[in-house]
Design a protein around this ligand. Structure first.
Ligand code: PLP
Length: 446
């Protein structure tokens, strides 16, 4: 097999397919499928809401790739800013209080756009690292406050918090935990039910619980929205029992739900907030944990040595420069508001589909995060024995729309999160493709 591995022109894709099979272990993928079929698609370009594959076929990126490409693909401004930053200062450390301009400016910008009271950021390279940092940080915090036994982390069933050891242990979706054998200790799960949370606190004792973590809207679990007052009540319980509240805004941050951050939809301010994804719109690997002034001030007062936690790429200068430009674009183009307006348009489209197809049950969404439930019987919500979602996803793909199907734990759900730049035309195109895909699967499989 001959292929110049560093060449970027005149590519022989059949050779690359073989190289992929042999050398590339893909995340969250079927290894058997990869060996049989090769990579499902190889993308070569992105522009706006579209991705292009090796055949030149265009697809609407209906999940913003991994809920992250908020400003859309092909932004030359970000190419320019990365080139300038790499040429000026490609990397320098932020350990031992060394610093640099992009990280300082970004930390200050984050303090400006996050809810009042969240003012200080610890940088990471992504969402899993952000959550692992948050878990270690809350335990460290209680230790400094003389309560080392306050260490349990409580999360919600169906939640997804990432795949690092702490993040996996907090993830409520069981298949992610079952991937490995032993997990981190002191992680617990409750249903999205206030009484269960209260009962858990009574049983375990508030003096053993460090923090509660939740996504404002559960993403990977199937775009589940909480009841409007759920978080206000959860926050009140946390305050009553001195339990810190961590909002996992890895998906919902940076405009996804139609407000800058998901918690704003529910009128609460968390003690800590994990972010990643939309902070750079995926143009560089960056995440962060933003902490309240209260926690920061307590850390300043009580710290008795070094802060023994840090990643090589905490505050990577190029990633920070990209994040700053990304935020500038979000603001300049009014993308938070566009997410709200186009989100309503998308939900109206889902409601139209619901009338057209007897196999659509509940439809829901907030901003540009949405879901369609597939059911055998609308009245009883009975599911099909074999989920339809994967078949619909594959029919959509044939017609040029990428989205995801959720089948964990008995679900049969289609989920969507297109780039925040989408317009009415893009939404209509998505809905038309879905209409055909759902109709085809229903005709062939019911
Ligand atoms: N938290 C949430 C809510 C997520 O959706 C994800 C990723 O999808 C993560 C954490 C993990 O982020 P990463 O994949 O960047 O580690």
């Amino acid at each position: 097999m001959s292929e110049n591995l560093t060449a970027t022109t005149d590519v022989d894709w059949t050779i690359l397919v073989e190289l992929d099979k042999k050398h590339f272990l893909h995340p969250t993928s079927s290894i058997k499928e990869q060996q049989k079929e090769g990579p499902a698609l190889i993308f070569t370009e992105g522009n706006g809401i579209y991705l292009k594959d090796t055949d030149g076929k265009e697809y609407i990126d209906g999940l913003s790739s991994l809920w992250n490409v908020n400003i859309g693909h092909g932004r030359e401004e970000l190419g320019k800013v990365s080139m300038e930053q790499i040429s000026k200062l490609g990397f320098s450390s932020t350990f031992a209080t060394f610093s640099h301009e992009p990280a300082i400016r970004l930390a200050a910008k984050i303090a400006e756009i996050t809810p009042e009271g969240l003012n200080t950021t610890f940088f990471t390279s992504g969402g899993s690292e952000s959550n692992d940092t948050a878990f270690k940080l809350v335990r460290h915090y209680w230790k400094l406050r003389g309560k080392p036994e306050k260490k349990k982390i409580v999360s919600r069933r169906k939640s997804y918090h990432g795949v690092a050891m702490g993040a996996t242990s907090a993830t409520g979706l069981k298949p992610f935990r079952d991937f490995t054998t032993s997990l981190a200790p002191d992680f617990y799960y409750v249903d999205s039910n206030l009484e269960e949370f209260k009962a858990f606190i009574q049983k375990e004792g508030a003096e053993t619980i460090a923090a509660f973590i939740s996504e404002p809207i559960q993403g990977t679990g199937g775009v589940h929205l909480p009841p409007q007052d759920y978080f206000k009540e959860i926050k009140a319980i946390c305050e009553q029992y001195n339990i810190l509240f961590i909002a996992d805004e890895v998906i919902t941050g940076f405009g996804r739900t139609g407000t800058y951050f998901g918690v704003e939809q529910f009128g609460i301010v968390p003690d800590l907030m994990s972010v990643a994804k939309g902070i750079t719109s995926g143009y560089a690997a960056l995440g962060g944990v933003i902490i309240s002034s209260k926690i920061h001030n307590d850390l300043i007062e009580l710290s008795d040595g070094l802060f023994m936690h840090g990643y090589t790429y905490s505050g990577h200068p190029t990633a920070c420069a990209i994040a700053l430009k990304n935020i500038e674009i979000i603001e300049r183009e009014g993308l938070v508001n566009n997410s709200k307006v186009m989100g309503e348009e998308m939900l109206d489209g889902f409601k139209w589909l619901q009338q057209e197809h007897e196999i659509i049950g509940e439809v829901r969404g907030l901003g540009l995060m949405g879901a369609i439930e597939i059911v055998k019987d609308k009245k009883t919500n009975e599911r099909f024995n074999e989920p339809f979602a994967p078949k619909i996803v594959s029919e959509s793909l044939k017609r040029g729309l990428i989205h995801r199907g959720v089948v964990y734990e008995g679900a049969d759900t289609l989920i969507f999160a297109p780039p925040l730049i989408i317009d009415k035309y893009g939404i209509n195109k998505m809905i038309n493709i879905l209409n055909e895909a759902i109709g085809t699967v229903n005709r062939e499989c019911s």
